[in-house]
Design a binder for this molecule. Structure first.
Ligand code: PL3
Ligand code: FE2
Ligand code: FE2
Length: 231
């Protein structure tokens, strides 16, 4: 049985669905826009990779436009004010790291945590999305693996030098992610998604990324379970 078959049929034109979608749609439009800003910022911090990071950033701008079309298609107006607030804490952390030239922290926030969050959210949304949004989300999520991969490669190449910084950053960022998940839970539920599945997929993706860049299984589990205590 698929996830959608276990739920009540979704009515994309109901008030409940459209109200929840206005906030979810705002979140993904704003999230993609912030991802664009973060990649542009990273392209200045990493002169060797400027062109590649600009290219990744431009993909995020296209994602933002694509999700705008998903809202329009359902005749929903995205709640961008809510979304801007939703990302406040994460944005503060990224900007503060950038202002201190903490490149590894910036990459952990954008290329690992945010991308794993997006991949988990989009993969869970696809089976319950309307046909128009499903197609768009499938093509968006394919791009997000590329963004995650950029972060993994850079952090792996610099692992010994940045390991301690990454551990500290992860401990700071995961509680913010759990808070964001709790905040979005009622709306995610209204559009047919389940918080538990989101958490599971996020942890699988993020844990795999940590191992990929050089953390041992034990270290990876310490980092991911530390985050969970805050949930
Ligand atoms: C990176 O490329 C984009 C970052 C966007 C972050 C999105 C986070 C989503 C949070 C939970 C929303 C659930 C539903 C998503 C459905 C489209
Ligand atoms: Fe994106
Ligand atoms: Fe991305």
């Amino acid at each position: 049985m698929t996830q959608s078959q276990t739920d009540q049929a979704l009515d994309f034109s109901s008030d409940r669905y459209r109200s929840a979608y206005s906030r979810i749609n705002g979140i993904v439009i704003e999230g993609e826009q912030e991802a664009y800003n973060n990649f542009i910022c990273l392209s200045n911090l990493l002169p060797d990779d400027t062109e590649e990071l600009m290219r990744l950033g431009k993909m995020e701008r296209r994602h933002s436009k694509s999700f705008e079309a998903c809202g329009r298609n359902l005749d929903v107006i995205p709640d961008l004010g809510f979304a801007h607030q939703f990302f406040q804490a994460l944005r503060n952390q990224f900007q503060s790291a950038a202002s201190h030239q903490k490149i590894a922290t910036c990459l952990l926030i954008q290329a690992l945590v945010i991308e794993c969050f997006a991949i988990a959210a989009y993969n869970n949304y696809i089976p319950v999305a309307d046909a128009f949004a499903r197609k768009i989300t499938e093509s968006v999520v394919a791009d997000e693996y590329e963004h995650l991969n950029f972060g993994e490669i850079w952090l792996k190449a610099n692992f010994e030098a940045v390991k301690d910084e990454l551990e500290a950053a992860s401990q700071q960022i995961l509680p913010i992610i759990w808070q964001m998940l709790n905040q979005v839970e009622p709306d995610a539920k209204a559009i047919g998604m389940h918080k538990q599945f989101l958490i599971e997929e996020f942890l699988v993706r993020y844990g795999e990324a940590l191992k990929q860049i050089g953390f041992s299984t034990r270290e990876m589990l310490r980092l991911t379970s530390q985050g969970l205590k805050h949930n």
